[in-house]
Design a protein around this ligand. Sequence first.
Ligand code: NDP
Length: 317
Amino acid sequence: DPSRPDVLTVAKLPPFYLQPLQAAFTVHDRLHETDPQAFAKIAPRIRAITGGGESVVSRELMQQLPALEMISIMGVGYDKVDVRAAIERGIPVTHTPEVLNDEVADLALALMLSVARRVPHADRHVRENRWAEQGNMPLATRMSGKRLGIVGLGRIGKAIARRAEGFGMSIAYTGRTQQPGVSYPYYPSAKALAANVDFLVVITPGGEGTRRMIDADVLRALGPKGFLVNVARGSVVDERALIEALQQGVIAGAGLDVFEDEPRVPEALRALDNVVLTPHMASATHETRQAMADLALANLQAHFAGQPLLSPVPECR
Ligand code: NDP
């Protein structure tokens, strides 16, 4: 049915995305993984791919799809999509920027507060009846009024900065370039920034450009009173160096939403008392996931209606 183009999903989509998708398209739900033989038969008909921010869309997969016209990602990060391979074939890639800024920024602040004020530890202290049996917890660390460094002052980084202003924090940032019209102090490297802040929040894209940017050197610069928060991608932080730094008190603590080999989180990291760990859930609210699904679907519909895409990735604009 040409009015219902064939779409391959490359992630388990939530029902509020899958259902409207199935209403408008002929959906082959992860068929390449579940039934390679059936997939080989329908592959020549696939005109679009959709998946989430963690979905792998390789050159090899694209090569199996001669009729592929577009890739719509439900997520702002798309570091596992081979955009270069897509561009070579003139296949646009879309993502869902802006609609998740508030949610991810909220979780960044939640992790900063959680690790400094030890909120999860405090919860356990009450639950395990240690308050009654052993008394008060040790004192925590203040967050309000402290110095925040943002690695990647983009859409989400700016939303984090606005929230941190409400906490009376002073803000500085790093990135590849100093941004015009931004009055926060700029540092040319993560290391220089880390040396001058109490909280270092990482919110860059993943991929080759940022791989292991937060290394042992940066952590040493952050220092024994410094906290690291990563809501970007696990690949941006050298996880082995981070574990060592946390074990040896090179930094005070870390709040992490993302990891190098998700969903596997090293035992050594899970055993530490000075970390707060969340399962890559910064955008995971009903409201925001719905908005992301709506935008991912709207991009597919715009493409097949011959209309301009709503949110192509920068490389495809
Ligand atoms: P933007 O593109 O708006 O911002 C990215 C920022 O990172 C820019 O300020 C950019 O500045 C900086 N940056 C890019 N490359 C580098 C580099 N090589 N070195 C240093 N800085 C760099 O993206 P968003 O704010 O919308 O999203 C950022 C990322 O957050 C996403 O790509 C995604 O990976 C992650 N994310 C994680 C989520 C989660 O669930 N934990 C949810 C949503 C997003 P400049 O160009 O000057 O270098």
